[in-house]
Design a protein around this ligand. Structure first.
Ligand SMILES: [Ca+2]
Ligand SMILES: [Ca+2]
Length: 281
C-alpha cells in the first residue's frame, strides 16, 4: 500500500494507471456485449449446421471414376405364338360335287313303229317317216309318221335331269325326203300304253320341240329332249314318248320319199332307239 500511495501520489504516474483501468473496463464491457449479441442471435434463429463430408468419403468420391452407365439389356422378345387359323365353326362342309350319272334306255318294242294318214301302220318293223305315194280315190298323198317310246320309271325317284338325248339310227333313205321335206321334227307326246291309228294325228304335249336330222346320212341322229323328259318326270309319266314327222309332209311329186330308222324290234339291227339320260340324285 505504501508503494501504491506513493505511486498515486506521483501525478505523473497516476494518469497511465487510470487509462489502463479504463481500458480494462472497456474490454470487459466489449466482451459482455459481444457475448450477449451472439446469444440473442442463437435464440432467434437456428443456423443449419453445415454438413461435413467425412474425409474418407471425399477421397472416395474423388478417386471413384465416373460410373459407366450400365448397358441396359432389353428383354428378348418372347415370340408370340403363330396365330392359328380359327377353327372353322359349324360351317357345313361344302357338299362334294356330284358327278352326273348316265343311263341309256332302249325303246319299248311294242310302242315304236309308224302310223300313216290312211290309218295304216306297223309296230313290228322299222320306224318310218315318209311322204308319197298317191293313194285313194279321190287320190291323196300318203304321209307316214314315226313313233318311239321309252320307259323312264327305272330312273331314281330323286333324279334331277341334267340332260336327255333322243337317238335314232337312220339306216336307209329312199328318194329325196330332205329335199322337199326339209327336216325331221320331233313332237313330245303322251300316246299311252298302245300305238294306234289315232296317234297319227293325236295332240302333242309340245309339237316341234327339236330337229332330229335334215340329211340322208346313215348314222345315229341325236336330238336333245331334256325339257321333255323333265316334264314327263314332273307330271308323273312312266314313259317318255315322241312322234317324228317331216317339217313339210307333202311334196306333191307322186314319188315315195322315206327315211328309215331301226326300232327295238326291227329284227335285223343292233341299234335300237335310245334315250340317253344324264342325272344327279
Ligand atoms: Ca315296234
Ligand atoms: Ca314325195
Amino acid at each position: 500500500m505504501e508503494k501504491i500511495r506513493e505511486f498515486l501520489k506521483d501525478k505523473q504516474k497516476s494518469v497511465p494507471v487510470i487509462i489502463f483501468i479504463l481500458g480494462l473496463f472497456s474490454m470487459f464491457f466489449a466482451y459482455f456485449f459481444v457475448n450477449r449479441g451472439s446469444t440473442e442471435e442463437s435464440t432467434s434463429e437456428t443456423k443449419p449446421t453445415p454438413q461435413i463430408t467425412p474425409i474418407e468419403e471425399q477421397i472416395q468420391s474423388v478417386n471413384s471414376p465416373t460410373p459407366t452407365p450400365k448397358t441396359t439389356f432389353s428383354p428378348t422378345k418372347t415370340p408370340s405364338p403363330t396365330q392359328k387359323p380359327a377353327e372353322p365353326s359349324n360351317t357345313p362342309a361344302p357338299s362334294p360335287t356330284t358327278e352326273p350319272k348316265n343311263t341309256t334306255i332302249s325303246s319299248i318294242a311294242s310302242l315304236d313303229g309308224f302310223r300313216s294318214s290312211n290309218n295304216g301302220g306297223n309296230d313290228s318293223i322299222e320306224i318310218r317317216v315318209r311322204n308319197g305315194a298317191m293313194v285313194g280315190a279321190p287320190e291323196y298323198e300318203l304321209v307316214t309318221r314315226g313313233f318311239v317310246s321309252f320307259d323312264i320309271s327305272t330312273l331314281p325317284d330323286n333324279a334331277t335331269i341334267v340332260k336327255a338325248t333322243l337317238r335314232l339310227y337312220q339306216y336307209q333313205v329312199d328318194g329325196t325326203p330332205f329335199t322337199a321335206g326339209g327336216s325331221i321334227k320331233i313332237d313330245h307326246m303322251d300316246y299311252g300304253a298302245s300305238l294306234e291309228s289315232a296317234d297319227y294325228d293325236a295332240s302333242a304335249i309340245n309339237a316341234n320341240i327339236a330337229t332330229l336330222t335334215s340329211n340322208s346320212g346313215i348314222e345315229w341322229k341325236d336330238a336333245e329332249v331334256t325339257n321333255a323328259v323333265k316334264k314327263d318326270i314332273d307330271e308323273g309319266h312312266s314313259k317318255s314318248q315322241y312322234r317324228l314327222h317331216f317339217a313339210t309332209e307333202e311334196d306333191g311329186d307322186g314319188e315315195v320319199d322315206t327315211a328309215y330308222f331301226y326300232s327295238a324290234n326291227s329284227g335285223h339291227n343292233t341299234n335300237p332307239p335310245q334315250l340317253v339320260v344324264s342325272y344327279t340324285e
